[in-house]
Design a binder for this molecule. Structure first.
Ligand SMILES: [Zn+2]
Ligand SMILES: [Zn+2]
Length: 261
């Protein structure tokens, strides 16, 4: 805030972008005045917010990598599903080759699962960093945004809220409503729950029901991975637009400025 004496119209600094508007802050980066419409958070003017956002490397490459690995995860779950459906009867007869194949596929699935999770989190980290630089921080550090996926119990709910917050910062409630966030998260949770049920059934030697639950779990995993791809792509597209200043919000109407001041 400025210390200009109230009522001193002549000395009241005005916004260089909007000469008819009074400045409400001095940019911490460039020292120029900015009006409420030009303020972009963290005490910076619009231009500086834009420049500092460009200083943060963009998240496109990470989004692409995360997308490819989600497709791989969907593919692995699908192959596992077909494998179970087609080969399970023979497997029960105890062929050594099939048993090895199943074990190999489980391992491959595990590796792809971890890689897809790691690339997703690397992307989330960069996205949160970008948002902060754009003056649209979600009130969480990039590292914090990664931790919520890793802490047991918390990671059943928090990552979903995090993605919602990110989407909301980028496109408001309308964008959130367009994204299949609930379906993606529900499919992922269901897949995790069914996996645990399957393990319990298998431990109790109830292989028939265990196999059935396993199949359902794979179906959910495929759905979750494909929905995740959609979420990544749409959020990244919005972020690209924001970064390039293409979706620069219209300067708030005079009424909004008065309200904000
Ligand atoms: Zn500035
Ligand atoms: Zn202005």
């Amino acid at each position: 805030m400025l210390n200009a004496a109230e009522g001193d119209i002549v000395s009241q600094p005005m916004c260089p972008q909007h000469p008819e508007r009074e400045a409400v802050l001095t940019c911490v980066r460039c020292g120029r005045y900015a009006c409420a419409a030009c303020e972009r958070g963290e005490g910076r003017c619009g231009e500086c917010a834009h420049l500092s956002a460009l200083e943060v490397p963009d998240s496109r490459a990470r989004a692409r990598r995360a997308t490819v690995l989600q497709y791989a995860a969907a593919g692995a779950a699908l192959v596992g599903l077909l494998f179970n459906l087609l080969l399970l009867p023979e497997l029960k007869e105890g062929g050594e080759f099939h048993r090895l194949a199943v074990r190999g596929m489980l391992l491959l699935g595990l590796v792809i699962g971890i890689a897809s999770q790691v690339t997703l989190l690397m992307w989330v980290h960069r996205v949160v960093r970008q948002l902060k630089a754009l003056g649209a921080g979600i009130g969480m550090s990039p590292a914090g945004a990664v931790w919520v996926w890793l802490i047991p119990l918390l990671n059943w709910v928090k990552p979903y809220q995090l993605m919602r917050d990110i989407a909301e910062k980028l496109g408001g409630a309308r964008f959130v409503a367009l994204l299949p966030l609930q379906w993606w998260w529900a499919a992922g949770l269901l897949s995790r729950i069914l996996e645990k049920v399957e393990a319990r059934l298998m431990a109790g030697e109830d292989t028939t029901n265990g196999d059935m639950v396993g199949l359902l779990s794979s179906v959910c995993a495929v759905a979750a991975a494909l929905l995740c791809v959609q979420v990544i792509k749409e959020i990244q597209a919005r972020l690209d637009m924001r970064r390039e200043g293409l979706d620069e919000e219209e300067a708030p109407a005079a009424g909004d400025v008065a309200e904000a001041a």
